[in-house]
Write a protein that binds this ligand. Structure first.
Ligand SMILES: Cc1ncc(COP(=O)(O)O)c(C=O)c1O
Length: 414
């Protein structure tokens, strides 16, 4: 189907006049740096405005824009003081960035199973906790919030930090709270495949000023928030440069203003498609932990892999296990612990790290669930996620009906 030729998240489909105007506003002044004088008319404070509007949308105390979601996770871990000697529990079904951010923080990722929501299984988190565990990184995969009540109660019981990976779930809510505002810190991505997009870019949120303060320093060479005042002698932390610039901020600002529209469109379209196919015998869906999810994908679950494969081949797709790089089995760089250098590598750490191994099929529950699942795109058209077939943000009712008819026909032929 022609509608599927464009591979991207929903935000990209709405890049238009508003983004252009925000960009031109910045370009006209030539001031592309995120910092500037408050009274300087050349300074258009797009990054700060993006942070303010995202913070308001999420109901978070603090928000910091960065160059991407991966560095948002790394910055969050660093701000929390997680590093050598620490374990972080993370699901084996996620984008590799969740796992690599932990390794770059020089901590050790401990892979956990997912459950039928395709997010981390709280029962398995409990099984994986040891005296080395410092944090849990729940990943709100495919826009679906994790079971945050269970996760937060486990974290409180064992005194663990929680860094929410919200890269795929900007705007999703769990029991009335936006994801990313429930744990200690939340990280979001604005790359091409995400709910809103600036090409690349990211943000982190927290309700804790001290964590925000430390995160700001990590992302800006140790400087204090907004570089107020004379800085020499006041930098309490060694940081990097992970700052967002004003051009990215301009696009991110225009996009965050479209977030409500994007989410309501995705939710409406997903409901329409789901209602059209729910009566088909043999159709089941993944568990959704809150209906205020992002609704970027509709995942169909079968009782066994053979039927899932037959169905997937009829719609020109594949099961989610085979879909590609979101499955730990297909992350050769993680399985082989391939850091560019062993200096500072957590797997060379004396106390532990060497003893942690990653083996294909070490998470049988995850392998089983993914091999029985097939995703239909609602707004994230991505072969790498197993959602090359489906609709996109601009699809009209006729296209939704056509997709429903294809699914019905495929099911009848099984
Ligand atoms: C679950 C997850 N975490 C983290 C990231 C990293 O985000 P970025 O590409 O902005 O660095 C992604 C991006 O694909 C993701 O899907």
């Amino acid at each position: 189907m022609d509608i599927i030729n464009k591979m991207s998240g929903p935000g990209r489909y709405l890049i238009g006049e508003e983004e252009k105007q925000e960009i031109l506003d910045v370009l006209d002044t030539g001031h592309l740096f995120r910092f500037g004088g408050e009274s300087d008319p050349q300074y258009k404070h797009k990054v700060v405005s993006f942070e303010d509007e995202l913070k308001a949308h999420l109901g978070s105390e603090h928000c910091l824009a960065l160059t991407g979601g991966s560095v948002g996770l790394l910055t969050s871990l660093a701000a929390l003081g997680i590093g050598p000697g620490d374990d972080v529990i993370v699901p084996g079904y996620t984008f590799v960035a969740s796992i690599s951010a932990i390794i770059w923080a020089r901590a050790v990722p401990i892979l956990a199973e997912i459950d039928e929501s395709l997010t981390i299984d709280p029962d398995d988190i409990e099984k994986k906790i040891t005296d080395r565990t410092k944090a849990i990184m729940p990943v709100h995969m495919l826009g679906n919030p994790c079971d945050m009540d269970r996760i937060m109660s486990i974290a409180r019981k064992h005194n663990l930090h929680v860094v929410e990976d919200c890269a795929q779930a900007l705007g999703a809510s769990y029991r009335g709270r936006k994801v990313g505002t429930i744990g200690d810190m939340g990280a979001y991505s604005l790359n091409h495949m995400k709910v809103i997009s600036a090409g690349d870019g990211g943000a982190i949120t927290t309700n804790d000023y001290d964590l925000y303060h430390r995160a700001f320093g990590v992302h800006d060479q140790g400087h204090l928030p907004s570089r107020y005042g004379e800085e020499i002698g006041k930098r309490g932390i060694i940081g990097l440069n992970l700052r967002m610039n004003e051009l990215t901020g301009a696009v991110a600002l225009a996009q965050v203003r479209k977030l409500d529209y994007i989410l309501s469109t995705l939710r409406r379209n997903k409901k329409l498609l789901k209602d059209m196919i729910s009566d088909i015998p043999g159709i089941g869906f993944r568990r959704i932990n809150d209906e205020e999810e992002c609704a970027t994908l509709l995942t169909i679950m079968f009782d066994d892999k053979k039927i899932a494969d037959k169905f997937a081949s009829k719609i020109g797709s594949g099961n989610m296990y085979d879909s590609g790089w979101h499955v730990y089995n297909h992350m050769e760089q993680i399985l082989n612990k391939k850091m560019p250098t062993n200096v500072g590598c957590p797997f060379e750490c004396k106390e532990h790290g060497k003893d942690v191994e990653y083996a294909p099929h070490m998470l049988p529950q995850t392998d089983d669930i993914l091999s029985r699942s097939v995703s239909i795109s609602i707004g994230v058209v991505d072969k790498g996620l197993g959602s090359a077939f489906g609709i996109n943000l601009l699809s009209d009712e006729a296209e939704i009906e056509a997709v429903a008819a294809t699914i019905r026909k495929a099911m009848q032929e099984l």
